[in-house]
Ligand binder design. Sequence first.
Ligand code: MF3
Ligand code: CO
Length: 249
Amino acid sequence: MIVLKTPDEIEMMAQAAKIVAEAHHVLKKEVKPGITTSFLDKIAEDFIRGHGGIPAFKGYRNYPKTLCVAVNDEVVHGIPSNRVLKEGDIIGLDLGAIVQGFYGDGAVTVPVGPVPDQVATLMRVTEEAMMKGIEKGVVGNRLSDISHAVQCHVEAHGFSVVRDFVGHGIGRQLHEEPQVPNYGRPGQGPRLQVGMVLAIEPMVNLGGYHVRVLDDQWTAVTQDGSLSAHFEHTIAIQPSGPPRILTVL
Ligand code: MF3
Ligand code: CO
């Protein structure tokens, strides 16, 4: 069942999502060679709590931290640690916050200093693909119109879309129905309706789409060791026109 949200509920979700976007803004400025991923986690946790939110991931299925990081060939769900970032790395920063019982969820991928053109292109195309998907979040379209738009943009650039993780409905729970795959034929799945709130989150690999999960039971990496990028926005379907992106400053 897809739980539709009232305008008041969407305002609460917007507050949670805004904290996520603001935390990303702060974190991006801290990403540089020599820092650890735990340092970023501490900043994220302090920021969310300092702005009246609760870190959404900490304790979710026993996940131990506030932030999910993904360095280089890590796709999603890397656990912050004493790993030190070095110039030329890329890092995904995935964050959730809860305000008044409602969740916001967002992710960005950023370079650590200068990166090769192809790597910058991977990140750019992943963010563009997310936005192409979001543009399809219009009343009357079907869910897989989003999926298809994401996949087309990614594959037009020769990259691949991860299949094993998907976007999701979001509300009083982090993961609600429907699942939002980043691939598929258009015109399938439920029709989009006002009050649907979705997390759109493509994960895009430079090489093949296959991933595996490390022995820590969390960190997903590309099977072929190629680099991966991840972006995520929480969006609310509007009565007409394009969706409202909630994960904004
Ligand atoms: N943005 C991710 C998701 O929607 C984060 C979940 S990580 C977890 O699945 F730690 F909370 F599981
Ligand atoms: Co998510």
